[in-house]
Write a protein that binds this ligand. Structure first.
Ligand code: SAM
Length: 213
C-alpha cells in the first residue's frame, strides 16, 4: 500500500507501471552500477566529507557496492537490499538483510542504532517513503544524518509516477516533503554535486532532531 492515508500525498504519485512483486523483480542479481563513474566518485567525496570515522552506517536500499570511501573505517556498515547475492558480494557490509520496504516499511533495528543512513539512487522505488523515513528517524541517533542521493536514471516500470513525470527540482521538493511528513528531522540541506558531462547528483540530507553527544 502506498502512503495513501496522507491527503497531502495523493496515491497517484505512487502509481507504478509494474505493481507486481518487487522481490520477484530483484530476484536476479545485477552486478552493475546505476550511475556514471564520475557521479559515483562525487558521491564518495560527499560521504568522505559527511561521515565521521567510526560512524555506525546504515546503507538502506543497497546492492553489491556502497560507494563509501575505501580508505575510511567505520564503526559498522549494515546493509539492506532486495537481493542476497548482491549484498553478499558487497565488501563494505558487516551485516545485511533482505526486506521489501513496500510490503513492510518497519526496520528491524532498535531505536538510535545508527549515526548515519544512506539511500543512494533508490528512493524513487518506495511507495511508502514517509513510513520508511519515519523509521530512519527512529533508528538514527539525535544529530544523526540521513543522506538521500538522487540522479535521473531508473527502472521505469518500478519507479513511482512522481519520479517518472516530475522535473528534477520538483522531485527534490517531494523528497523534502517526505522528510517533513515523516517528522523527526531538521530542515534538509540540498546540494547539487553533479559532475560535468556525467549523470547528475542531487543530494538531500537532514539531521535527526535532538542534541548529539
Ligand atoms: C538502482 S539500485 C541502487 C542500489 C545501490 N544503492 C547503488 O547505489 O548502487 C535500487 C535498489 O533499490 C532497492 N529497492 C528497490 N525496491 C525496493 C523495495 N521494494 N524495498 C526495498 N528496497 C528496494 C534495491 O536494493 C535495489 O538494489
Amino acid at each position: 500500500m502506498p502512503d495513501v492515508d496522507d491527503p497531502a500525498l495523493p496515491g497517484g504519485l505512487f502509481e507504478r507501471i509494474d505493481p507486481g512483486s518487487d522481490l520477484a523483480f530483484y530476484e536476479q542479481p545485477r552486478f552493475v552500477t546505476h550511475i556514471d563513474d564520475a557521479t559515483i566518485a562525487a558521491l564518495t567525496d560527499f560521504y568522505r566529507e559527511r561521515l565521521a570515522p567510526g560512524a555506525r552506517v546504515l546503507d538502506l536500499m543497497s546492492s553489491w557496492v556502497s560507494h563509501l570511501p575505501e580508505e575510511e573505517t567505520y564503526g559498522s556498515v549494515v546493509g539492506h537490499g532486495m537481493n542476497a547475492a548482491e549484498l553478499g558480494h558487497n565488501p563494505r557490509l558487516d551485516a545485511w538483510h533482505v526486506q521489501d520496504l513496500n510490503e513492510d516499511p518497519q526496520l528491524p533495528w532498535p531505536d538510535q542504532s545508527f549515526d548515519a543512513a544512506l539511500i543512494a539512487v533508490s528512493i524513487q522505488y518506495l511507495t511508502r517513503p514517509v513510513e520508511v523515513l519515519g523509521e530512519l528517524a527512529r533508528v538514527l541517533v539525535p544529530g544523526g544524518e540521513v543522506i538521500i542521493a538522487t540522479s535521473h536514471r531508473c527502472f521505469p516500470t518500478k519507479a513511482i509516477w512522481a519520479f517518472r513525470n516530475l522535473a528534477p527540482e520538483e522531485r527534490i521538493r517531494l523528497i523534502a516533503f517526505y522528510l517533513q511528513r515523516a517528522g523527526g528531522f531538521e530542515a534538509p540541506d540540498f546540494q547539487d554535486r553533479s559532475p560535468d558531462g556525467a549523470d547528475p547528483l542531487w543530494i538531500l540530507s537532514a539531521r535527526r532532531v535532538g542534541e548529539s553527544d
